[in-house]
Design a protein around this ligand. Structure first.
Ligand SMILES: CC(C)(COP(=O)(O)OP(=O)(O)OC[C@H]1O[C@@H](n2cnc3c(N)ncnc32)[C@H](O)[C@@H]1OP(=O)(O)O)[C@@H](O)C(=O)NCCC(=O)NCCS
Length: 152
């Protein structure tokens, strides 16, 4: 199946909220309709979605990257469980790094739960390295690992 990655549109908000509820639990700090709409309309940050070319109204995943002057932060990444393990997460990360680089950003970081081994391996395979730990970062008191990618 071929996929396409593009900027999210206001019409995607409903599907984004559904995806968020499917993938995360409230204690993860879920994004809501207002936040998705804000990021789509404001266009300051990157909110990219992956669609199947066969079912263009269905979202397979999204990534939200907050852009600063010289660095970016992957704030959220979610792939519909039905479409996981097909390389879509990897494609979204690569696309957002490319877009960030076009804006002159050479450093991208993120926080992830220390037991999220799938995400850890995925980021590691794309050149991210562990750059720190944030104790008690999540609502249930779990630590976060900080990973960073830097243009060589
Ligand atoms: C983490 C997450 C985003 C990964 O998305 P994904 O699309 O499944 O990621 P990928 O397919 O690119 O890679 C994941 C695994 O699939 C494997 N994979 C990729 N393409 C594959 C294919 N065609 N066939 C089989 N496996 C494949 C990768 O090698 C990787 O395997 P590994 O974990 O054993 O190294 C997804 O599992 C998710 O949404 N999880 C819940 C939310 C979450 O944890 N978000 C990240 C918080 S930072």
């Amino acid at each position: 199946m071929s996929n396409s990655i593009s900027d999210a549109k206001v019409d995607d908000v409903k599907a984004l909220v559904e995806l968020e509820q499917l993938v995360f639990i409230p204690s993860d700090g879920m994004l809501n309709q207002i936040s998705f709409r804000y990021h789509i309309q404001k266009k300051k940050n990157l909110l990219l979605v992956a669609r199947s070319d066969k079912l263009p109204y269905q979202l397979m995943g999204y990534i939200l990257v907050l852009l600063h002057k010289r660095s970016a932060r992957i704030y959220s990444l979610a792939i519909n469980p039905e479409h996981q393990k097909r390389g879509i997460g990897s494609e979204l990360i690569k696309a957002s790094i490319n877009r960030a680089q076009e804006k002159g950003i050479m450093k991208v970081s993120l926080e992830l739960r220390k037991d999220n081994s799938v995400a850890f391996r995925l980021y590691e395979s794309l050149g991210f390295i562990v750059s720190g730990v944030r104790p008690d970062y999540y609502q249930r008191g779990d630590d976060a690992i900080v990973m960073t990618w830097q243009k060589k």
